[in-house]
Ligand binder design. Structure first.
Ligand SMILES: Cc1cc2nc3c(=O)[nH]c(=O)nc-3n(C[C@H](O)[C@H](O)[C@H](O)COP(=O)(O)OP(=O)(O)OC[C@H]3O[C@@H](n4cnc5c(N)ncnc54)[C@H](O)[C@@H]3O)c2cc1C
Length: 412
């Protein structure tokens, strides 16, 4: 039977942003409740433990030198791996001679430089505008965009892309990024398996409807992914069309990882990387022996990932094996076995992997983050102006929203 709970602040969504917000409020001794739709904390941060910890969502501590999760991981006694990421080094020269890699890297750098030249007073355009007409490496630059943004460049706002801040330092947590984020929520008051369906702010107190009954609170922090808001899976009364519109401008791009076991792995360099193809955007990228483990982490993005999700798990495995066989010969098929995959696009509580802004929609991030009536607050990676799409961006927006709650409480 439905019951009712009361608290001072409800945090909706227990991913990186929600956990960080709830922790900040709990540290300030404010009565709060973290309400999460899934049966676990972490959201798009998710480590599963098989033979080794595997991050199905975020894996890299991007901007690690200023990433707050690094400090949290250190306090938890985790091991930080500082091996530079494979994308910052040249790939193995298999199917991609070093001279071609250099030409590609040069073309990629020049693309970024042209994109950087878009000044803030010029109208926004699709990032694809800055590709060299008929450039030899355009397809591969687009493939990289499908990994970085989860979308090809024709869909991505150049202005928003340019606003992303990257210190260039990328580390990993051996026990898993998802492990750190979920563990940061240990001991917090949490309600799992509880999707919020409605937020009513007509009364003196906010009223949230869930399958477990109603929850009332003075304030709420909404941290759900943008598709949940864009598809109005949470109904606001009175409506908040400006939030729906902001969320529609910030869709989640799609990136999926497939983990394969690799027999006789020693034949390959640790932490090496290969593109399946270098002449098309519809290609996976394969990270061999992450952490030295006998595995391949295959990464698919954008339209290719959406197409593979439509084909089911087998479509990912078939595609990966066909690309690897193309590089190493038909015997290679016997050396790999699927370990794990999570299709984030059809996951009802994320509906994608990380946010990008559509051309002309860079301003949606500030619109999404803006508080309503000093009692409804918004956080989550999509609310970050320069660290969007990342777990540390999510953390920072969560803490900002918690500080806004604290400031509003003092005014009241
Ligand atoms: C494959 C992949 C690779 C990635 N790689 C990296 C990386 O290397 N480095 C990096 O920094 N980032 C990476 N990311 C992105 C990173 O995981 C996210 O940006 C970050 O985890 C988002 O945190 P969040 O709190 O904003 O959202 P989420 O983690 O999505 O949290 C929102 C929560 O809201 C819950 N929810 C949804 N609907 C409701 C509802 N109605 N009621 C209650 N709860 C609800 C969800 O279940 C979820 O737990 C990756 C993501 C993916 C998918």
């Amino acid at each position: 039977m439905a019951s009712s709970s009361d608290t001072e602040v409800v945090i909706i969504g227990g991913g990186a942003a929600g956990v960080a917000a709830a922790r900040r409020l709990a540290d300030a001794r404010i009565d709060c409740l973290l309400v999460e739709a899934r049966s676990r904390l972490g959201g798009r941060a998710w480590t599963i433990n098989s033979e080794f910890p595997i991050d199905l969502g975020c894996g890299w501590l991007h901007s690690a030198d200023r990433n707050p999760w690094r400090e949290v991981a250190a306090l938890q006694g985790r091991s930080i791996d500082k091996t530079p990421p494979p994308w910052m080094r040249r790939s193995a020269p298999i199917g991609f001679p070093l001279s071609e890699q250099d030409a590609f890297l040069q073309a990629h750098r020049e693309f970024y430089e042209r994109l950087d030249s878009l000044s803030e007073d010029k109208p926004d355009v699709a990032a694809a505008t800055f590709l060299e007409p008929h450039g030899r490496w355009n397809a591969l630059i687009n493939a990289v965009s499908s990994y970085v943004s989860g979308a090809e460049l024709d869909r991505v706002s150049a202005r928003d892309f340019d606003r992303y801040g990257d210190s260039g330092v990328n580390w990993r947590v051996v026990e898993g990024y998802g492990t750190v984020i979920a563990a940061h929520g240990h001991g917090l008051p949490v309600m799992l398996g509880c999707p919020v369906r409605l937020i009513d702010r007509r009364g003196r107190r906010l009223r949230m409807e869930t399958p477990n009954g109603a929850i009332t609170a003075n304030a709420a922090i909404v941290t759900v992914p943008t598709p949940v808001l864009a598809e109005e899976k949470i109904v606001f009364i009175p409506p908040l069309p400006e939030k729906t519109e902001a969320a529609l401008g910030l869709p989640l791009g799609l990136a999926d990882k497939l983990f394969l076991s690799l027999a006789d792995a020693e034949e390959f360099n640790k932490e090496s990387r290969l593109f399946g193809h270098t002449d098309r955007s519809r290609t996976g990228v394969y990270h061999f022996r992450p952490f030295g483990r006998p595995q391949i982490e295959a990464y698919f993005g954008g339209r290719l990932a959406a197409e593979l999700e439509a084909g089911g798990d087998g479509a990912f495995v078939d595609f990966a094996v066909s690309e690897l066989v193309g590089l190493f010969g038909s015997d290679f098929a016997r050396r790999v076995k699927p370990l794990k995959l999570h299709p984030w696009g059809i996951d009802p509580f994320s509906r994608g992997s990380y946010s990008y802004a559509l051309p002309g929609k860079a301003g949606c991030r500030a619109a999404l983050a803006a508080p309503v009536d000093d009692r409804l607050f918004f956080a989550g990676e999509a609310c970050s102006g320069s660290d969007y799409s990342t777990a540390h961006g999510a953390y920072l927006t969560g803490v900002t929203a918690a500080e806004q709650v604290i400031a509003a409480r003092i005014k009241r």
